[in-house]
Design a protein around this ligand. Structure first.
Ligand code: CTP
Ligand code: MN
Ligand code: MN
Ligand code: MN
Length: 363
């Protein structure tokens, strides 16, 4: 008797929000190749092409085992001809020439450097690149005009390039919770973003502030930020007032930005004591978002990510359910009504989706 082992065929649902995507997965080289091309396309201002590569990469992220060969791609969604060629090359040669060329290119490396600066997007980075700027030193020597936010981003560049660890993020959440609870008893602080998805590191710390009684959260952020300032912990901040109104047309198409009151900061993270002469702090990015209790499940869902998972949830809601989902609520367009929810699970139920826990939203 001969035993033939046949791997079960790979089945993948078309929307990332229908799939369970863990942080660690068996196809890192293939995913990295596609995500590099996605990033390069965004750097070129080609958003549709970037999204196509991101979708293909996300499909590979959820596979339960290593891809055996390109013959297995035929049943998978979202793998276009270009992605197919890239994957074939990486499977056969270990690397893809196009990806390696992109990574070596001055354009890609410079855009990566500039867009890593806090407050610099693709458009600004592209302007600087076309002016011939190539380094942080060039910004200074050319007297490039920077916004206050970009100025802070350049000053803290090296610190902010160091990933924030989970323990550091949880420490900051505790610090903020203590301060918030002194100002407003029963205030809550929730660590969202990549850390909620189980990432051991992040580029920033995302905290949602709320209070179990709707409305009590109003007026918390100002004094909280003032307290951080008084402690000498605040290196930079800019705040936005809440611009949420239930009379506004619900929208999921205006990008990830929502209308909560918020504060984007750079904080002085106090480090454990070390030998003499060693600086006792490091700059880290902290986002504070104030959320009314009734919107907390939606804000939590919206701020947990990944960015691609969020984009797919909203696309699914609109195209498959005629609903509009954002970080404030879920709106049924056929009935003209908002669908309330007291948990993330309920939102998935409203959408007719299996619940995907945060650690499996790494799409
Ligand atoms: N988000 C948002 N509005 C913003 C910024 C972020 O809704 N103005 C959401 C994003 O959609 C994302 C989540 O908040 O789902 C976290 O964003 P971000 O901190 O940029 O990404 P992380 O996944 O946390 O990655 P990292 O660990 O690198 O911080
Ligand atoms: Mn192509
Ligand atoms: Mn984050
Ligand atoms: Mn953030």
């Amino acid at each position: 008797h001969v035993t033939v082992t046949v791997e079960p065929s790979l089945q993948v649902a078309p929307y990332a929000c229908q799939r369970r995507t863990p942080l660690d997965h068996p196809n890192p080289a293939l995913v990295m190749a596609l995500e590099t091309l996605a990033e390069a396309a965004l750097f070129a201002g080609e958003e549709a092409r970037g999204l196509a590569f991101t979708r293909a990469a996300s499909v590979l992220r959820c596979l339960p085992r290593a891809l055996q060969g390109t013959h297995e791609l035929s049943g998978l969604p979202c793998i276009g001809g270009h992605s197919h060629r890239v994957l074939q090359e990486v499977l056969e040669d270990g690397v893809c020439a196009e990806v390696e060329a992109v990574k070596q290119s001055e354009r890609y490396q410079t855009m990566k450097l500039f867009t890593q600066i806090f407050g610099v997007g693709v458009r600004t980075a592209d302007c600087w690149y076309r002016e011939g700027l190539r380094s942080l030193g060039d910004l200074q020597s050319h007297g490039t005009r920077l916004t206050r936010q970009q100025q802070a981003g350049v000053e803290c560049f090296e610190d902010l390039a160091v990933p924030v660890g989970r323990a550091e993020a949880e420490g900051l959440a505790c610090l903020v919770l203590d301060a918030a609870a002194r100002l407003l008893p029963s205030a809550s602080v929730t660590l969202a973003g990549g850390f909620r998805r189980g990432k051991p590191h992040g580029h920033d710390v995302d905290l949602l502030l709320s209070h179990p009684e709707e409305g009590r959260e109003v007026g918390l952020l100002g004094p909280l930020v003032a307290w951080l300032e008084e402690q000498g912990l605040l290196l930079y901040q800019h705040s936005q007032h809440s611009s949420y109104t239930t009379t506004a047309e619900p929208s999921s198409s205006c990008g990830p930005l929502d209308r909560f009151e918020r504060c984007f900061t750079i904080l002085r993270l106090v480090l454990p004591a070390t030998g003499t002469g060693v600086r006792a702090w490091r700059a880290v990015r902290l986002d504070l978002v104030v959320v009314p209790h009734s919107q907390l499940p939606f804000a939590l869902l919206g701020w947990t990510g990944s960015r691609h998972f969020e984009r797919e949830l909203r696309r699914f809601a609109r195209h498959e359910r005629e609903m509009v989902l954002n970080s404030h609520g879920l709106y049924n367009m056929r009935q003209g009504t908002f669908l309330p929810a007291s948990s993330e699970e309920e939102i998935f139920q409203h959408l007719g989706l299996d619940y995907i826990p945060p650690t499996l939203r790494n799409a």
